[in-house]
Design a protein around this ligand. Structure first.
Ligand SMILES: Cc1cc2nc3c(=O)[nH]c(=O)nc-3n(C[C@H](O)[C@H](O)[C@H](O)COP(=O)(O)OP(=O)(O)OC[C@H]3O[C@@H](n4cnc5c(N)ncnc54)[C@H](O)[C@@H]3O)c2cc1C
Ligand SMILES: CC(C)=CCC/C(C)=C/CC/C(C)=C/CSC[C@H](N)C(=O)O
Length: 481
């Protein structure tokens, strides 16, 4: 009901709450400040660590990313944050990749690009060219969002946002399995089994039946133009909160209820801090954390029914195990570690294989002369697996080790092609950011959603309906310029 958005006299909101200080919540605080100006109070509630799923662990005096680690060169919001915050890029240190099927390496990268290309062509025909063109085309359409957002356009749902970028084709990609889309494109089943499936396993711990849209995001994350933030990706979150002059409250939000008073519509947030429970009133609230029961945000809605009973679906559990030790290269068919040239090993979808990938990792601070450790030396490796690794499994992958650090993540949605995308607007001035993860979960996706919600909240508050869910933006923007 438009009557319930901002006041008719055009007064700005005085207090806005953001729940969650991951990249989604921090970026929201930053964009809210940009759009609503310096006067509004922005409170950010965080029950755990700033950064959320962007986190590091310390091994042998160095820090390593244990959650979200890589950023695409065309992820322009992340790039802009790093620039504005005066942070530095950390380029990917090159390393060769192989695919293991539980018995042997079925694909091995070499030092010779042309040889690799020839091998790919020999084994899979032109599947890899078709795939590359498909991902490029999707990326090109995805990039439209930056123009739309720069012109101030917002979308009231993830479907509207996707539709504006790639029409019904993009929405359909969230509803059909990746394998179907690729087969239709003429990509061979062998290529899907031996290349696509391993990429889906390392990036989302799932298989090729995940929806095509998130499949394309995952494939973009397997390209070679990737980077990270020097010092750790989570520095972006703390930096954005600071730049936005947001008040960080170390508190768990327990409930949200709408209150109608002389002030108009407000939301009462009740929350628990180290010293007890309290509550505050806000004009606008943004929830920047997954609300699925399996993730356990603990937020209850009181006094109104959001547009869902309980959000359907659950989050996929992925275990990141960081091991400092000696890789057991014999397990991969290389008895002599000096002859093992790979920095990362991906795996095919093979029953009984207990891990998705193992990769040598670089610390978040790399000095100029940094080089990856050779397999005959002790190095730091990240293993992704669906379950906690048992001791015998660690002993299978490593000849010996000094330390093991385990992070069990409710990592990203457990994707299915029949899942509908969650709503963005839960009540007139109450917004939900993490529905976008059901299209694709990545730092940039949360950043795009953050910008969208800040714009949407601003236009709704000011009753600017002509800036929301506008059609034919490609053409409109051309003529606006
Ligand atoms: C192992 C792993 C690897 C990944 N790799 C990549 C990658 O390489 N590249 C990439 O782009 N993406 C990657 N991702 C995905 C990416 O990390 C996420 O999409 C992104 O970080 C999500 O950010 P968010 O802010 O939306 O959510 P979160 O980071 O989950 O933030 C939500 C925050 O809300 C807080 N919170 C929850 N409930 C409450 C409450 N009631 N009160 C107060 N606070 C609350 C939580 O503590 C949390 O800090 C990876 C994820 C994982 C787990
Ligand atoms: C949003 C767009 C257009 C592109 C993002 C591409 C990207 C960076 C995807 C990564 C997705 C993801 C969840 C990766 C997880 S694992 C990452 C890495 N291999 C690791 O070892 O940590």
């Amino acid at each position: 009901d438009p009557e319930e958005h901002g006041p008719v006299d055009g007064a700005p909101p005085s207090k806005i709450a953001v729940v969650g200080a991951g990249i989604g919540g921090s970026a929201t605080a930053h964009f809210l400040r940009q759009h609503f100006g310096p006067e509004v109070q922005v409170d950010v509630f965080e029950k755990g660590e700033v950064g959320g799923r962007l986190a590091t662990v310390t091994v042998n005096h160095n820090d390593y990313e244990s959650g979200g680690s890589i950023i695409h060169s065309l992820n322009l919001h992340m790039q802009e944050f790093v620039k504005q915050l005066g942070l530095k890029y950390r380029r990917n240190v090159a390393g060769k990749m192989a695919v293991f099927n539980g018995e042997e390496m079925i694909l091995e990268e070499t030092d010779w690009y042309l040889l690799d290309l020839f091998r790919l062509w020999w084994r899979y025909g032109i599947s890899f060219i078709r795939l590359q063109m498909w991902v490029e085309e999707i990326m090109e359409k995805f990039m439209r969002i930056y123009k739309y957002q720069a012109h101030g356009y917002a979308f009231s749902s993830v479907e509207e946002l996707l539709d504006s970028l790639g029409g019904s084709g993009f929405i359909n990609m969230t509803r059909r399995p990746l394998s179907d889309s690729l087969l239709e494109l003429g990509v061979s089943q062998r290529f899907i089994d031996e290349v696509i499936a391993p990429v889906m396993r390392i990036n989302y711990g799932q298989n090729v039946s995940i929806p095509a849209f998130v499949g394309a995001v995952s494939l973009a994350g397997a390209q070679n133009n990737l980077w990270a933030v020097e010092g750790g990706n989570k520095l972006v979150c703390s930096g954005l909160l600071k730049m936005a002059s947001a008040n960080l409250l170390e508190a768990q939000v327990n409930s949200i209820s709408p209150i109608h008073s002389g002030e108009g519509l407000q939301y009462q947030l009740s929350f628990t801090t180290a010293t007890g429970t309290a509550s505050e009133l806000y004009d606008i609230v943004v929830l920047a954390t997954p609300l699925q029961a399996s993730v356990g945000s603990g937020v209850q809605f009181q006094g109104f029914t959001p547009p869902f009973d309980e959000l359907p679906g659950s989050y996929h559990s992925t275990v990141a195990t960081i091991v400092h030790g000696y890789l057991n290269t014999s397990f991969f068919g290389f008895p002599d570690p000096r002859l093992f040239p790979f920095a990362s090993v991906l795996t095919t979808d093979t029953p009984d294989l207990f891990f998705n990938s193992v990769a040598s990792v670089c610390p978040v601070n790399i000095s100029a002369g940094f080089r990856r450790k050779q397999p005959q030396e002790a190095g730091v490796y990240k293993v992704f697996s669906p379950q906690l690794l048992e001791k015998f499994q660690l002993k299978t992958l490593f000849r010996s080790y000094y330390s093991v650090q385990v992070t069990e993540w409710q990592a990203y949605p457990r994707y299915s092609s029949s899942q509908r995308l969650p709503p963005v607007e839960l009540h007139p001035n109450l917004y939900y950011l993490n529905g976008i993860e059901w299209a694709g979960s990545a730092m940039e996706m949360s950043s795009v959603a953050a910008k969208n919600i800040a714009l949407l909240a601003y236009h709704r508050w000011n009753r600017q309906t002509d800036m929301v869910d506008q059609r034919d933006l490609v053409h409109r923007i051309k003529t606006e310029l």
